[in-house]
Design a protein around this ligand. Structure first.
Ligand SMILES: NC(=O)c1ccc[n+]([C@@H]2O[C@H](COP(=O)([O-])OP(=O)(O)OC[C@H]3O[C@@H](n4cnc5c(N)ncnc54)[C@H](OP(=O)(O)O)[C@@H]3O)[C@@H](O)[C@H]2O)c1
Length: 295
């Protein structure tokens, strides 16, 4: 199988490594050449290109059985989302039109679920993101979903939770830097997934005989913000962060505050995905140990 990974970065590189190990031929596209040596060392063929530039995509020659879009906005705002996610998706679908691609996978986000009631959310629940960036992600998903079955291509969208792993994990890093703040009343539910499990989820979906069009990719155990910080404080011997008041609308947070537990049941039980790190305690063990060296 020949696979193209667009945005071959944090997740893409881990995915490429796994696919190469399982015998695939993998091409990894990103704008910069900065990680070329890392890609080559992983057995991935690096290609320089920008998903927002159709001419760059047209330079990709040969047949691809699988195409995975893990391009990210690199923390940009709504304008970048519109350009990179939505514009990139439209380009990719245009490029794919006259090619015999078997399956295309796009890594969206659980931030498209706007629920605030603290309940469980599955793929059949409404996705009504409150913020502009969330709505742009939904529009991007819809570009991919509408391309499903065109020219025999199956399209799968993965709604991925907050990704953590080596050198990543927003709240963990805030905690270590003394910048974390406890939200009142235990805070909101956080839905996470380890980088290697995102890679595993993509690999699972790539090889499924009859995938559904949509899967949530999160670990087994959503955790309340306060419980997560208490766990970190306990494990590292540091003080709990101070408490702050947050308003319900989420102030100026890019995606607004949601409060929901995202279910991975479809990916777990129907697709047969088994996470290496089913919860944050397993997933963060190595990073916590690393952070304690020299303390
Ligand atoms: N981080 C999270 O918590 C989270 C949560 C939910 C979903 N996701 C999604 O999961 C996916 C993987 O995330 P990640 O953390 O692996 O992303 P990442 O490493 O931040 O970015 C992936 C790669 O995209 C490349 N890139 C950015 N703009 C590009 C463009 N216009 N054309 C081609 N390549 C471009 C970047 O390399 P260059 O700069 O060299 O181009 C980067 O290496 C993304 O789709 C992201 O939106 C992430």
């Amino acid at each position: 199988m020949r696979v193209l990974i667009l945005g071959c970065g944090y997740v893409g590189l881990a995915l490429g490594r796994r696919l190469v190990a399982s015998g695939c031929s993998v091409v990894g596209l990103r704008r910069s050449k900065i990680a070329d040596q890392e890609l080559i060392a992983a057995g991935i063929e690096p290609v320089q290109g920008d998903i927002t530039c159709l001419a760059d995509l047209d330079r990709l020659k040969g047949r691809f059985d699988g195409v995975i879009n893990t391009v990210s906005s690199s923390r940009g705002g709504a304008d970048v989302y519109r350009h990179v996610y939505l514009g990139g998706a439209e380009n990719l679908i245009t490029w794919a039109r006259d090619r015999a691609i078997r399956r295309m996978i796009y890594t969206s986000s659980t931030s498209v679920y706007g629920q605030t009631d603290g309940g469980w959310v599955s793929e059949t629940d409404p996705a009504e993101a409150a913020g502009e960036t969330g709505r742009l992600l939904l529009a991007t998903e819809s570009v991919f979903m509408q391309a499903n079955s065109s020219n025999g291509m199956e399209v799968v969208v993965l709604r991925v939770g907050g990704i953590y792993g080596p050198d990543r994990g927003h709240l963990f890093r805030q905690f270590l830097a003394g910048e974390a703040q406890l939200e009142p009343r235990g805070g909101r539910w956080i839905n996470m997934i380890h980088r290697d499990d995102v890679a595993g989820a993509i690999e699972t979906v790539l090889s499924l005989a009859n995938p559904q069009g949509l899967y949530n990719a999160v670990d087994d155990e959503p955790v309340l913000q306060g419980d997560f910080l208490a766990y970190l404080a306990n494990k590292t011997g540091r003080l709990l962060p101070p408490m702050v008041e947050t308003n319900v609308s989420g102030g100026n947070r890019k995606r607004g505050i949601t409060h929901k537990k995202v279910s991975n049941r479809r990916l777990r039980t129907e697709a047969g995905w088994v996470p290496l790190y089913p919860n944050f305690r397993k997933g963060y063990a190595a990073q916590i140990e690393e952070s304690q060296k020299g303390v």
